[in-house]
Write a protein that binds this ligand. Sequence first.
Ligand code: B1H
Length: 755
Amino acid sequence: MTEFSLASYANKPLAECTELELFNALLSLTKDAAAEKGYNQGKKRLYYISAEFLIGKLLSNNLINLGLYDQVRAELAEAGRDLAELEEFENEPSLGNGGLGRLAACFLDSCATLGLPASGVGLAYHCGLFRQSFDKNKQYESPDYWLRWGQESWMRRTPKHYTVNFGNLSVTSTMYQIDVTGYHSQCDTLNLFDVDTVDERVIKNRINFDKSQVAKNLTLFLYPDDSDEAGRILRVYQEYFMVSNAAQLMLDECVERGSNLHDLADYAAVQINDTHPTMVIPELIRLLGERGIGFDEAVQIVRDTCAYTNHTILAEALECWPLSFIERVAPQLVPIIQQLDAFVRGQYEDDFVQVIDQWQNVHMANIDIHFSHSVNGVAALHTKILEDSELAPFYKIYPEKFNNKTNGITFRRWMVECNPGLNKLVSGKIGEGWKTDAEQLEQLLPLADDPAFLAQLDQVKRTNKQTFAAWLAAHQGTVVDPDSVFDVQSKRLHEYKRQQLNLLWAIRKYQRLQMLEADELPKHKVTVIFGAKAAPAYTIAKDIIHAIICLGKVIEADPVASKYLQVVMIENYNVTAAQHLIPAADISEQISLASKEASGTSNMKFMLNGAITLGTMDGANVEIAELVGEDNIYTFGDSSDEVIARYKRGDYNPRSYYEKDEELAAAVDFLTSDAMLAQGDATNLNRLHDELLNKDWFMTFPDFADYCATKAQVLKDYEDREAWQRKALVNISKAGYFSSDRTIAQYEKDIWHLR
Ligand code: B1H
């Protein structure tokens, strides 16, 4: 084992280095240390293909996983330098939108740690998810140039190039690699493809995107969901570019490892992360054909190799591309997709399961389900809904393909790295074993009756709240009170996630505060903290952000209410912000409309960090509730069965709730009150008001009363600090199930069989 010393990677004394010089020295050091650990290898390899890998900052994560964190920090400190300063300096690679992308990153961490030979395969976006800024209480987007500042060196350019043929042009790709360090284990790699012709100067004149510019645009941007029409075809180009590279890489590597291609499934497992990589199926069939394998056998080989994960039941997220798009982007796939369609038509009559519909649209998920050997949902309830309703006709045909893999998170990033105080407290009691065997956290359970330990837990939370408050003040100049209750909802802004329900609660709370007598005022101030980006073209989501920020200003200006309530919106919420925020949270808001949130993963992160869930029985909340028991979680609202039945009946009328519940009506109407209009824009506020009153597609009104009553109970219970920390302790000790190590072990055992 080499002794790694940072000083030997800098060409001057550490004390005299610029931040860039120090950062680059750290990069070289971690790369060498990773190379020395070596890479997981084996006959069969996993190719996890995903349009998103939301890896977040890598510096501390790599140092921790390589076992170098303490040593490097000490060496820096000796030279009067601070690792935290370099953590700030690093740009976050935001190569994903939200949970789906972050899940892919957690999975790679767990694969490496478990010693599974795995490659992530995706795109080297020049700009990650847009940067969000607020101006006039509204969201603005700007390009995220994460590769500036010398950080490109996390990505190593490799000599691997492939030719990808589009209908109207042919491009040469370059593969870049990022080391995925496992925790005290060997490494895996994340392979990201790019083309050298991409031209960042295109950004200025993007408005008139024209297809002759594909070579300049291809990997420029990560696509935010709900993007505009004009960008949709570029998305198909991206997808084909991604999977063609993935397929070529995989076939090359498998042949190198000894495959004759007929036995491909003994050499490779492909996990298709949502429908974005679906074209890998026809592409593999095509490439196997070029290498002399007949269609029927190729279909069977590909089916044995590929597995598909579904991440959502929202209809608008299920990809469906006009065949004419594919004709333009990858005409060579069209006859194959037509053959797959004919194959299905020959066997099944049901329109629902066809590959190409009567309007010549290609249903990507249908290709995945017919031509892979495994279809999984991401939480128990989600998988059940897929089987019983959403994909029921498929479940009837292929019951053996369906399985559940409840999501997980890596505890190395989501506790060891982001919550050093809790890490120390926990490890001091039960040792370090839980970091790779998360169920060991259960050993904390007996401490539920140890008031001294609960007090220490309280102290850790209090310190984290202070640290977060300092970060927020530096980050955006917002001051929050660490003695208040931190009530947090952070996730992408989407109507189904129902930030608007929380917003209505905050309005109601504000209205009540205005009516209370001095002796009735609450003990603890509540700080409602939101963190959320809205897709640039998602109008109502942006209206909700606008309303939240406006409400924050209204309350701030009120001398009495502002002592008891604050509403804050974090600017540019990303993985980095999450790592600051989650350890500081008291309440974890997981209030999606039941049946709509496939799993959620922030719910797991909050739980692990000792926040108490206030949530609907949706996604993985259901499993959290089962694990911690009803005393240690607050649930409310209609069940998924009730919601699904109400959608089926089609008789939901928000006005009937509005007319029956005066407080609800007052809260809704406050959106367009003079106080709000003085802060905000009438167009946005009126639109949101009307949307809720006339549509409320995600049914906030039926859950409003129960949500308010439950939240009142949460805040009441918060006053008994010891009882509260007991709940927190139970949550932490039961979080082990949600380690992505467990999830990955199940994928390995049930689907991949790499070993
Ligand atoms: C999830 C997406 C998603 N499900 C389309 N689906 C996208 C779909 O850019 N697009 O086109 C981007 C993302 N993301 C999330 O996956 C679920 O909503 C969460 O509930 C789940 O926890 C997460 C990981 O499984």
